[in-house]
Design a protein around this ligand. Sequence first.
Ligand SMILES: C[S@@+](CC[C@H](N)C(=O)[O-])C[C@H]1O[C@@H](n2cnc3c(N)ncnc32)[C@H](O)[C@@H]1O
Length: 445
Amino acid sequence: MTSSSTPSLQQLYEELPYPNVPISTSARGALAGLYCASLTTAQYARSRAIVSSEGALILNAGCGSGWETLILAEANPGAQLVVCDLSPESVRVTEQRLRYHGFENVELHALNLLDVEQLGLQFDFISLNDVLYLLEDPVAGLKVLKRVLKPQGILRANLHHAYQREVIFRMQKAFQLLGLFDLPTGEACERVREFMHNLISDEARAALRWDATIYQDNTNMRANYLLPGDKGFLIPDLMRMLQEAELGLVCLVDYADWDPTLLFKEIPQWLKPELDKLSPAEQNHFYELIYPNHRLIDFWAEHPGSSLVLPWSNADWLGGRVQLNPILTDDPDFCRSLAKAAQKKVEFTCNWPGASRRRLRLSPAQVAWLGSLLQGPTPVQTLIQQASQANSLEPETAQEQVLTDLMALEEFLFVMLDPTPSGEALDCSWQQNGVLATGQQSLVD
Ligand SMILES: C[S@@+](CC[C@H](N)C(=O)[O-])C[C@H]1O[C@@H](n2cnc3c(N)ncnc32)[C@H](O)[C@@H]1O
């Protein structure tokens, strides 16, 4: 199989494994990364089934310096990890990082991801962060990964956004004209610093997204202004690529933050019905045309039609149990803060990648009953009773409020519903994959 990358890209990562995070840095509590790396979160988005990571086989393709691998290991307790990277040095650093943090259940390969079939493995979850846009032919990469994805498996990958990163692409072209891509890294980086330092004004530097502190680090410089083979994409590009690779889009990983209604103080009356006519992908495209604020188009994909999900009925909710997303209950800081808010009966806010604007706000009235989820999966009926008692509500009102709030929090993948009272594992193969509706404004800052 031909190599996916130019020799200079290979040299770059061999010289500077990415990202430049100290080996001793822990990934615990790194909620944004853990959310994207969690198989349970991804599978819930895909099939509305609560799937444990225990025993799952996970591929980290293009592991870099192992920071993503460490996050995958933390986010997926009991999973077995297989990692590969073109760069042997990156694989060595990954091994060192995982060993430092006590993760032994990992198989490492200095291998082009285009050759991953030679491992003879099939994966439950495949993760490639900040890799796909580097491949000469990203569709060829997706096709290979599809072949090693189990029938119910899920793939998480991302692409640089063409508009959000437009300035960086322009500067890459400018520095290519100046021959900086052909110089040794140290010299090229020094020249970029000198160039930026001598620009006429701070405004000019800001317009080129220059930050002297961040770009003291050659790894960051090489990952942006001096990155060979970098490419930008839009939502229609993603849809075309998935179609060519015969993969289906589950949804964007941060889909709630691509909701066009977030862009308006008050949505004009004529606009809402027009937006409702658009498919989810068209709505995402509309959003990026108006406000391209996402560096990455980050997505979950699957074998097309493999998950068929119908929305839960009220009966499912009323007879079921709800739990917090496990990456929250695994985070001692989160648990402490929510418990404290519940005890003091005060508002609770937290950063949550699944929410619109990545921020979640719970009112004191919501915290009063949601706090009990810290004890583990809880029957919805118990939550209704607690809401009724804590907030002095009639049972019917408490039921309505609890269901409304739980449904909104579930759309943000903050809570998960197990509709089977006995807690038996669900066979979700019959479910139809639905569109994830946008979250409730009341839960957003
Ligand atoms: C920007 S880094 C991302 C590292 C890591 N995934 C992360 O998010 O921290 C890109 C990595 O992909 C690797 N890579 C690029 N093309 C590859 C390929 N065809 N097969 C395997 N690894 C590749 C590079 O060597 C580099 O380590």
